[in-house]
Design a binder for this molecule. Structure first.
Ligand SMILES: [Zn+2]
Length: 252
């Protein structure tokens, strides 16, 4: 999701592989996710942790499998500010290099993360409906119908929480992640679209788009979703993009 630097390995890292893709989970991932999910309901915590872990993993696996499609190996790190899929350099002549990817291939890789989450949500909805349950539509901002609330055919508070949280995280945050703001996946998509139209100035335009869109989403988050978290996150990302613009103008 958020692309920051990969934290250095620790002895408490959890390591495993899925489909030959190495995965490392930094211990702070568990701690920060627990803190973000802290509420009065103790039952919610393990469900929250499981949903975030699975959803983030599926998201990053989407990126990693898309990389593989273009012959690029990668590994996944889950850390305190989300997840990263990091391409691995290949031996190239006498040195190391990354496989060179066209803008359209990079767009596919960026979309594959949220796309994998939407597929997971679709699978969950399919299972709910096949077992005789139903999924209620929530009208987001009054214009966007999203299937966010599961009604299971039997009375299980834990499963209801689990399924509804899975849908929210994968659908709602998947859409948020596609907003054209750096360093979200949507920001990478916008950059790769804009540099195709304007190779010289596309990156600068995508940073301005990131500043404006980030500012608008921070306001929408605050006013319509009453989410201080969204307001702070997008306010910070907009500010970061603005700083990158200033840096470019001064020629670093
Ligand atoms: Zn992503």
């Amino acid at each position: 999701m958020l692309m920051f630097q990969s934290p250095p390995p620790t002895r408490y890292d959890l390591r495993f592989t899925i489909a030959d893709i190495p995965i490392r989970v930094h211990p702070l991932f568990w701690l920060i996710t627990l803190l973000l999910g802290a509420s009065g309901d103790i039952l919610l915590l393990p469900i929250w942790l499981l949903v975030i872990f699975v959803s983030l993993l599926v998201h990053e696996l989407g990126h990693a499998l898309a990389f593989r499609r273009y012959g690029q190996r990668s590994h996944i790190v889950l850390h305190f500010a989300g997840g990263l899929t990091i391409p691995e350099p290949v031996t190239w002549g006498s040195g190391l290099a990354n496989v060179s990817l066209s803008p359209n291939q990079q767009i596919f890789i960026s979309i594959a993360g949220p796309g994998a989450g939407f597929l997971l949500a679709g699978l969950v909805i399919g299972i709910v409906i096949l077992t005789g349950g139903s999924v209620l539509t929530t009208w987001l901002l009054g214009i966007l119908p999203l299937p966010l609330t599961a009604v299971l055919p039997f009375d299980s508070r834990i499963l209801n929480l689990l399924v509804t949280l899975l849908l929210w995280v994968n659908i709602f945050w998947g859409l948020v992640n596609l907003m054209p703001v750096f360093p979200l996946d949507g920001g990478q998509v916008a950059r790769n679209v804009l540099i195709q139209y304007d190779p010289l100035d596309g990156v600068r335009k995508s940073l301005w788009l990131s500043v404006i869109a980030g500012g608008i989403i921070a306001l929408v988050g605050l006013i319509f979703f009453r989410s201080i978290f969204m307001a702070l996150l997008f306010g910070l990302l907009a500010f970061q993009s603005y700083q990158s613009l200033q840096g470019r103008a001064m020629g670093f």
